[in-house]
Design a protein around this ligand. Structure first.
Ligand code: PHE
Length: 355
């Protein structure tokens, strides 16, 4: 509907030249009309009425030709504002109408939703977190140290002298990169988490009780129980008076908490250059319901060798300590009855979602 108002000045005759547009009424009218629009057809009719070739905006512009020059600016602005308003109303309406249409035509709201399945942490991460939390409850602090190490931290500081055959036990991936702190020596991927002991002792004074979790690398042939990358958790406790019996007590209590009270473990004498005396701990797999092997080795441990304290710069005979290094994959295999280490790394969801 056109809303044309005759000139307000009394006594003037109504002619084209004095015709004025009451823009406020026009805007209000457009708003009211747009509210009634409820279908794509009605929207098109609305659009044509205002923006079509013969629509109101065009008519207002056309009236400029015969308008008085003083009115022209206001009429032009009014037409532009009207176009802006109508375009906005059309955009709003078409969004509402098209959403309504989708609901009407495509969505059966009575169907059950598809939902998103929630992921979870990897079984090895879960196992690490569980082990860490048991040690943290016993007062240990968690520290991470680098995976790329120097020969000093991985070997020398642990009383594994350069070119000594005991290095063979920790067969190592070397990097094609020089160690900036030792001429002629290359950097390597740590073959165990024990270099963490050296780093932490060099930076801290006893007493200390720390665990160092992380990845380690060895060029092992890959089979059901070996991988070139696996995870360890190192433990180190240093104080003035520390005894082997405390190490035994701690690890026994840890295993009971981790595997449950039924667990049967044994300490077997062993050799490590950085501990003296040293032992390995085996877990009775049968008791945990795993048939493959009766005993499965889970960790190496012992009393910190005084030579390691010396490398760390500690005064002679002042401190004692114990250390252990635990294989995380082995722990998970025993706890969850997994018989092949490769399953951890294949990323097969059918395996992963069981845990
Ligand atoms: N680093 C040894 C290994 O990888 C384990 C170990 C850690 C042994 C600490 C004694 C003390 O086999």
């Amino acid at each position: 509907m056109f809303l044309r108002c005759p000139a307000k000045k009394a006594g003037q005759s109504f002619n084209k030249a004095s015709m004025q547009w009451n823009f406020q009424d026009i805007y209000d009218q457009a708003q009211v009309e747009s509210q009634a629009v409820d279908s794509p057809q009605a929207l098109e009719t609305f659009r044509l009425k205002y923006l079509g070739k013969k629509g109101l905006v065009a008519a207002i512009f056309a009236s400029l030709a015969s308008a008085q020059s003083g009115d022209k600016a206001a009429i032009g602005k009014g037409a532009n504002d009207l176009r802006g308003l109508v375009e906005r109303l059309i955009a709003e309406k078409s969004a509402i109408i098209s959403t309504a249409k989708i609901f009407e035509e495509q969505v059966d709201v009575s169907l059950p939703g598809t939902g998103e399945t929630l992921g979870h942490t990897h079984i090895l991460t879960q196992t690490m977190q569980e082990i860490i939390s048991v040690f943290e409850q016993m007062g240990f602090v968690t520290i991470e140290t680098p995976e790329i190490e120097t020969e000093f931290h991985n070997f020398t500081g642990l009383n594994i002298p350069i070119d000594h055959p005991s290095r063979d036990a920790f067969d190592t991936f070397y990097l094609d990169a020089q160690d900036p702190s030792a001429t002629g020596r290359r950097l390597l991927l740590r073959s165990h988490t024990s270099p963490g002991q050296v780093r932490i002792m060099k930076q801290n004074k006893p007493p200390m009780a720390v665990i160092v979790p992380g990845r380690v690398y060895r060029p092992d042939a890959v089979d059901a129980s070996h991988s070139f990358m696996f995870h360890q958790i190192e433990g180190l406790l240093v104080d003035e008076k520390v005894q082997f019996s405390e190490l035994k007590g701690l690890l026994t209590e840890f295993c009971r908490r981790f595997f449950g009270p039924k667990v049967i473990m044994r300490f077997r004498p062993h050799f490590f250059p950085f501990t003296e005396p040293s032992a390995e701990v085996d877990i009775n797999a049968e008791v945990l319901g795993i048939q493959r092997k009766k005993w499965l080795e889970i960790l190496g441990c012992g009393m910190v060798n005084p030579k390691v304290f010396k490398e760390a710069g500690y005064p002679k005979n002042k401190y004692k300590g114990f250390a252990f290094g635990m294989g995380v994959e082995r722990m998970a295999m025993l706890k969850y009855g997994i018989n092949d280490i490769r399953l951890f790394y294949e990323n097969d969801v059918r395996f992963l979602k069981q845990f």
